[in-house]
Design a protein around this ligand. Structure first.
Ligand SMILES: Nc1ncnc2c1ncn2[C@@H]1O[C@H](COP(=O)(O)OP(=O)(O)OP(=O)(O)O)[C@@H](O)[C@H]1O
Ligand SMILES: [Mg+2]
Length: 367
């Protein structure tokens, strides 16, 4: 067995308002599901303005917060993250994902084939993009399917510079939605004749992802988030942000006649979320070949914890929508440090950690 050359590699999810780190230690492989020990899972909140829409506006300050996160707080019993290797996320809003078929056996594909496809399918000039690609399983001979993710080079460079400036070595830069799907889709399950959607509702954005025929098909940003709810509450009810956050958590999507004004604001925003999801579903069904019916929406991201939100989405969309189980592909046993409510925020970071912990030379899965 070849061991992972990137010993202690960890996942790092960088968002506008938070950074999250997850480190797994590979243990044994039982059947097809590997088993890991959770070495670390923690986050740090970023103040406004340091990262805006994925752009590092104040890189020096971001660097300080990153060092603090990696160093850990001894008062909270946190140990420094050892090992220089990292798999980090690139912001979703700056990325493109595409699945492309090539008339060649997987073993015959050479780098030039990939570069040719990028030129043909992505809106970037030469040397202006950062590329990540994976072969997907395909039943037909003389045919391969490649899942490609491309990000503008200046964005990838910004993140590379940040990570290298704190002494990290980059094993991979992963597009957010691919990392999230890696933790939220059951790895050993074959989905036949049915598709899944993942809805990651975070502090600053919502990402809608379709997983069908054994791979991520497409992802789309939806203008809905925890911050958006807070902003609407502050403006409509003339309250401050702290109070808005409290009301959002206390009432969520539960109707309370004594707080009708909160329900009015939140239910209006949910209405927009629902119609945006419906639009994305229609787009998927009309633009993708062999699209299967999406019969389940797996939810993650901190806003999934909002009271009655999964129930409300299930009812309005007519598709069962439920919080996902972020640890399901890991068989970890020591997750007590991260209660399930908090863990939903770590779906992306866990997906990154899975890629980091897996030996990239023996990895054959499709995500
Ligand atoms: N019980 C709850 N009810 C409502 N909202 C909640 C609850 N718990 C957490 N949240 C919200 O979840 C959000 C944080 O989610 P998450 O950690 O997934 O975001 P993020 O990954 O930092 O952001 P993003 O991916 O959007 O850039 C915050 O807006 C927070 O207020
Ligand atoms: Mg997030």
């Amino acid at each position: 067995m070849i061991t992972n050359p990137f010993e202690n590699a960890f996942g790092l999810d960088i968002s506008d308002l938070s950074m999250k780190v997850v480190q797994l230690q590979g243990k044994k492989r039982y059947l097809r599901t590997p088993s890991y020990k959770l070495k670390a899972a923690r986050s740090i909140t970023l103040p406004y303005g340091l990262i805006v829409n994925g752009e590092l506006e104040q890189p020096e300050m971001v660097r300080k917060y990153l060092m603090y996160l990696l160093e850990g707080n001894p008062k909270k019993n946190q140990k420094p993250i050892n090992g220089p290797w990292v798999v980090a996320s690139l912001p979703e809003n700056r990325n493109f994902i595409k699945q492309i078929a090539i008339d060649k056996e997987p073993d015959d594909i050479v780098e030039e084939d990939i570069l040719y496809l990028v030129k043909k399918h992505f809106p970037f000039e030469d040397n202006e993009y950062h590329l990540d690609w994976q072969l997907l399983p395909t039943p037909s001979r003389n045919k391969s399917v490649v899942l490609m993710g491309a990000a503008p080079k200046h964005v990838a460079d910004m993140y590379t510079y940040l990570l290298e400036s704190v002494g990290l070595g980059i094993v991979g830069l992963d597009i957010e939605s691919l990392a999230t799907a890696r933790s939220m889709i059951t790895a050993e399950k074959e989905y036949v004749g049915e598709a899944r959607a993942i809805l990651d509702i975070g502090a600053t954005k919502t990402i809608f992802i379709v997983y069908d025929n054994n791979s991520v098909k497409f992802s789309q940003m939806i203008p809905f988030s925890g911050e958006l709810i807070n902003t609407a509450l502050t403006q409509k009810l003339k309250i401050d942000f702290k109070k808005a956050e409290e009301l959002k958590i206390q009432y969520g999507c539960e109707f309370d006649s004594s707080k009708k004004e909160v329900w009015d604001v939140i239910s209006g925003l949910i209405g927009t979320l629902v119609s945006e999801i419906e639009k994305a579903l229609r787009f998927y069904y009309s633009h993708f070949e062999n699209a299967n019916k999406i019969n389940h929406i797996t939810m993650c991201g901190g806003v999934t914890n909002m009271k009655k939100l999964p129930e409300l989405l299930s009812e309005k969309l007519g598709i069962e929508s439920e919080p996902g189980h972020v640890w399901k592909n890991l068989r970890v046993h020591n997750t007590k440090s991260l209660p399930s409510e908090k863990a939903l925020s770590f779906a992306t970071a866990i997906g990154l950690a899975l890629r980091a912990a897996d030996n990239p030379y023996t990895q054959k899965d499709s995500l």
